[in-house]
Ligand binder design. Structure first.
Ligand code: CA
Length: 238
């Protein structure tokens, strides 16, 4: 499992900082992550969490929105000023304003409670991979039934050729490279269309529509709309 997350820059296992005041969640999360081979740091308050984020050199932070001494959103804002460490917000289900607020404060992703450890582990791996400079950015990408080779621009789905325009290839490659994680509209436009993109963001919706048609035959790949935020490619094991 841990090989997918890669090792930290110092050669040690990736360290995850859990900032969560609910003791039972904190306990089961840390036990589950340790079983998967991660190093785990835990904090029960915003203050402890900020301290450990600054001193413990975590590779990723799981940050609860509702903390006793401060909002997780505020903690996220403070952390973003000083670090690019991936932050996954943990929020109650359907608190859409928390989700949007967290992403605006610079969080990379979110999970809603209650969540399964399997879902969380997939998000953690996706977000660690995204930050890994030696990651899968170049080279053949394999995500579920999808295989993409950026050198030849060839894509195969369920072992059949997938015919994509260069832009659709770039869009799918970006989403697949971040599979399981939320990609904001802004980030997609920057990464796929470039920082100088001045066209309408409606262009993105149209390309997503075309991409969904291309993926329609594969139930294992779900291109999900995250309302008000962006898109996420979900990959099921089948
Ligand atoms: Ca809480």
């Amino acid at each position: 499992m841990r090989s997918e997350g890669g090792e930290g820059a110092d050669g040690l296992l990736p360290a995850i900082l859990i900032i969560e005041d609910e003791e039972n969640i904190r306990f089961s999360l840390s036990a589950g992550l340790r079983r998967e081979g991660y190093r785990v740091l835990v904090a029960a308050t915003a203050e402890e969490g900020l301290h450990l984020a600054r001193t413990g050199d975590p590779d990723l932070i799981l940050l609860d929105v509702m903390l006793p001494d401060a909002s997780g959103l505020e903690v996220c804002r403070l952390l973003r000023r000083e670090s690019r460490v991936p932050i996954i917000m943990v929020t109650a289900r359907d608190h859409e304003s928390d989700i949007i607020g967290g992403l605006e404060m610079g969080a990379d992703d979110y999970v809603t409670k209650p969540f399964s450890l399997g879902v969380l582990l997939a998000r953690i791996r996706a977000n660690l991979r995204r930050e890994d400079p030696d990651g899968v950015e170049i080279g053949v990408l394999r995500v579920g039934p999808l295989v993409m080779d950026p050198e030849t621009r060839a894509a195969r789905l369920h072992d059949r050729p997938l015919d994509l325009t260069p832009r659709l290839f770039a869009l799918l490659y970006y989403l697949a490279n971040n599979a399981g994680a939320v990609c904001t509209r802004e980030r997609i436009l920057n990464e796929v269309w470039g920082y100088d993109y001045l066209g309408e963001t409606r262009t993105l919706d149209v390309h997503i529509h075309w991409l969904r048609e291309k993926l329609a035959d594969s139930p294992a790949l779900i291109l999900e709309t995250v309302r008000g935020v962006g898109y996420r490619l979900l990959v099921e094991d089948r």
